[in-house]
Design a protein around this ligand. Structure first.
Ligand code: GLN
Length: 239
């Protein structure tokens, strides 16, 4: 039986607005298909447990990002090699920002990211808070018009460069920077998004998209009636 290894990066520091729900979704959707799952929490100072199929890093306040920036950069070379061998990454908000080159907060030093994404973030003067609906551009990842839904709360403005492309176009909300209508980012199998909520429980096809990338195989569909009702409720709320 295939085993799925999930690395949860710095949950003691980056885990706001229910981001842990993304780990639970990945774990349960694999286990419901009789796939064995190992979830390793990796916190500051921990010895790393080798390669993983999926890495997840959640969001957090500027203060917590300072420590995570230092920690992540101790493992930059390893994380780059993990990206380049095809491991899946999902970063939410503050975690997303640190998968890019840097995050420059309003006050204090520039927080260096690990450049898995060709993107950078600078703090804006306005806080973006509210529901988000985007139209995804990465394959069919929703049963409707390919909408992905979530909740944003960030002041960081993220700009994409080079071969790093958005995961979708903003229909409701602000997305990466409130200006260019882009939301999230993807390069190779590294994904970032500003959508908390948690993100994956309300976007089950996207969760399966990540699982199929990580496992290298197609998965049998599940009954997602409840999940899709939650998904649709957010879309209806937004329109
Ligand atoms: N501190 C970052 C910002 O305000 C990220 C916030 C978050 O993770 N919700 O942009």
């Amino acid at each position: 039986m295939k085993k799925l290894r999930i690395g949860h990066l710095y949950p003691k520091l980056l885990n706001i607005y229910g981001d842990r729900g993304n780990i639970i979704t990945l774990q349960k959707r694999a286990e419901w298909r009789k796939i064995e799952v190992e979830v390793h929490e990796i916190n500051s100072g921990d010895v790393w447990l080798g390669e993983h199929d999926i890495y997840f890093i959640g969001g957090g306040q500027d203060a917590q990002q300072v420590e995570v920036s230092k920690e992540l950069n101790r493992h930059k070379d390893f994380m780059t090699s993990e990206r380049d061998r095809g491991a899946v990454f999902l970063g939410i908000c503050g975690g997303y920002q640190l998968l890019g080159h840097y995050y420059q907060p309003h006050d204090g030093e520039k927080l260096m990211g690990i450049s898995l994404l060709d993107a950078y973030t600078v703090a804006g003067n306005k806080r973006f808070i509210g529901n988000v609906t985007i139209q995804s551009n990465i394959g069919q990842v929703a049963p409707d018009k390919n909408f992905l839904v979530g909740f944003e709360n960030h002041s960081g403005l993220t700009y994409l460069q080079g071969e790093t492309k958005p995961i979708g176009t903003v229909i409701v909300g602000n997305g990466n920077n409130g200006m260019d209508k882009t939301e999230g980012a993807r390069y190779k199998n590294v994904f970032g998004t500003y959508m908390h909520g948690s993100f994956l429980p309300k976007n089950p096809m996207f969760a399966d998209y990540l699982l199929e990338l990580a496992l290298g195989e197609r998965l049998e569909p599940l009954d997602d009636t409840i999940e899709n009702n939650a998904h649709d409720a957010l879309i209806n709320k937004a329109y």
